[in-house]
Design a binder for this molecule. Sequence first.
Ligand SMILES: [Zn+2]
Length: 230
Amino acid sequence: MFEDVKKQMLEYALKMDHYGLIALSGGNLSARVQGPEGDLFVVTPSGMIYDEMVPEDMLVVDIDGNIVEGERKASVDTEALLYIFKNMPRVNAVIHTHQPYATGLGLVMDEIPCNLSTMANAAEGSVHVAAYGDPGSLSMGVQAVESIGDRLAVVLKHHGVISVGRDLRQALFACVYLEEAAKTVQVALSTGLPMAEMTPEQIEEAVAVFHRYGQHTLNERDAEEAAAKQ
Ligand SMILES: [Zn+2]
């Protein structure tokens, strides 16, 4: 079941690799899907290299982490991912990466400032840095939920990034554009000169414009957002 989601998840895992957000088997992807008796979750398997993976390697689990379908062992972060889905009803997709630039900035700052329009577009503002939670444990999910606020990404200190979205595509844009912004911030910081800041009004407009971006018509986008809120 959920073959389309499993296929898309693998495509997006390879894009994470393509954009330098993970190496080998790092990170994971997960998505909320509608089962016959409520929410189920598609999760990538533990410790498998993405470019050796097939869609059938994905697991379907219930809200308690019981495997509903799949032969593999689910991601070691499954408990943390399910905590995020449980506590963030607006979220239908979670991508976890080990992207080096955003994670690196998280070692020296508590919040990556929103100084770039693309970061406002995709992450919807500055990105907070969550306190350390052990990878593979519930605490990683707890810290992520506590720190993410209304943004679409959060840095996990000493670890990586969690991005979220109404679908996998929105979560992918958040982590890829965050990494691009983090590289640009790194260039600015390396000069040692003061960094220019965007105004709250500029950030707000850049968030709004991305809601109109892409090939969807406004009506389709509104319908999707209304459906996501139900
Ligand atoms: Zn990790």
